[in-house]
Write a protein that binds this ligand. Structure first.
Ligand code: DAT
Ligand code: MG
Length: 153
C-alpha cells in the first residue's frame, strides 16, 4: 500500500455560512478518507496570518486574512492513502471558475475570494505545519475504520 498520510482541511467561513459543512465532510468520508480530528472555531488575526504566512507578501493577503477571520470555520484532519494530493484533486483549482464540475470548488463556488474550502498542498511542508497550528497531538484520534480492509488491498 502506498503512503498513508494526514492532511489539513478547513471549510472556510463562506462554506459554513452556506451550510456546506455536511456536504464537504460527506465527500471525504464517501471517498474512504478517515476523519481523525475536527474543530469548529473562529480564527483570530494572528492565527490567520500564521496559517497563510506563505502569502504575506501578496497583494491579496489582508483581504484573505479578513475573510478567513470573518466567521467560524470547520477545521479537520483527514487521513488516507495519498491524502494530501487526493483532497487537492477533490477541491479543484484555487479559482472556482477554473474548477471542474464534480470538484468542491467547481460545484459550490464562482469567485476566487470565496472558494469554500482549504486543503494543504504538500505533506512535509504545509500539512504538518497547518495541522500543528490547529490541533494538539491528543486532539488527533488514531482508530481503524471498519471498511479499511475494503478500501485498501
Ligand atoms: P489554495 O487555497 O488553492 O491552496 P493558495 O494557497 O495559492 O490557493 O491561496 C490561498 C488563498 O488565497 C486561495 O484559496 C484564495 C486566495 N487567493 C489566491 N490567489 C489569489 C489572487 N490572485 N487574488 C485573490 N485571492 C487569491
Ligand atoms: Mg494553499
Amino acid at each position: 500500500m502506498a503512503d498513508r498520510e494526514r492532511t489539513f482541511v478547513m471549510v472556510k467561513p463562506d462554506g459554513v455560512q452556506r451550510g456546506l459543512i455536511g456536504e464537504i465532510v460527506s465527500r471525504f468520508e464517501d471517498r474512504g478518507l478517515k476523519l481523525v480530528a475536527g474543530k469548529f472555531t473562529r480564527l483570530d488575526d494572528d492565527h490567520a496570518r500564521e496559517h497563510y504566512a506563505e502569502h504575506v507578501d501578496k497583494p491579496f493577503f489582508d483581504d484573505l486574512t479578513d475573510f478567513i477571520t470573518s466567521g467560524p470555520v470547520f477545521a479537520m484532519v483527514w487521513e488516507g492513502q495519498d491524502a494530501v494530493a487526493q483532497v487537492r484533486r477533490m477541491m479543484g483549482e484555487t479559482d472556482p471558475a477554473e474548477s471542474a464540475p464534480g470538484t468542491i470548488r467547481g460545484d459550490y463556488g464562482l469567485d476566487l475570494g470565496r472558494n469554500v474550502v482549504h486543503g494543504s498542498d504538500t505533506e512535509e511542508g504545509s500539512a504538518q505545519r497547518e495541522i500543528e497550528l490547529f490541533f494538539d497531538d491528543d486532539e488527533q484520534v488514531d482508530y481503524e475504520r471498519i471498511d479499511e480492509p475494503w478500501l485498501y488491498e
